[in-house]
Design a protein around this ligand. Sequence first.
Ligand code: AMP
Length: 190
Amino acid sequence: MLNIVIFGAPGSGKGTQSERIVTKYGINHISTGDVLRAEIKNGTELGKTAKGYIDQGQLIPDSLMIDILASVLDSFEDSKGVIFDGFPRTIAQAEALKKMLAERNQEVSVMLDLEVPKDELMTRLIKRGQESGRADDNEETIKKRLNVYHSQTAPLIDWYKQEGKYSHINGLGELERITEDICQAIDKVR
Ligand code: AMP
């Protein structure tokens, strides 16, 4: 089983690279952001709760997010593995993921940290907002999301280093080169 955590600030390219990895390795993809946006689109209770946080650039509470992740994970059958995109975002979520996988006799294979300079993240997210109309890709909310990333999510870098799972990826440059670096890191742990 290949369990990959793709990690990085908003705009670092997690979604784009995840799609490529899914195609190459035939594993399942969980994007917690996509799951929440689908709930919002469908007008569910969960979607209404999530929207309040997302529009403010804040994280959805851990307990809710962990329950959502567990139910998506349980929906996969005959899975060869999973790429976790946008989860975990806090230490509590990382600990919950470790426990969830251990209960299934599995573990995280590698954590890929896509590093991109802050100025470039701003540029990419503003552009994405103009093209896709994603409500949280406006300058004010982007700034909040980047602050949340630095205060609540970036500490996971040291957490995964201690777990011996950390792999740094230079997320700036040609898409193809970044994909190659990612595949090399994955092939080392397969
Ligand atoms: P993303 O598409 O991954 O950038 O996520 C968009 C928004 O969804 C985030 O800014 C959070 O409000 C929320 N979200 C996504 N994943 C998580 C998570 N693992 N924990 C808490 N909130 C999340």
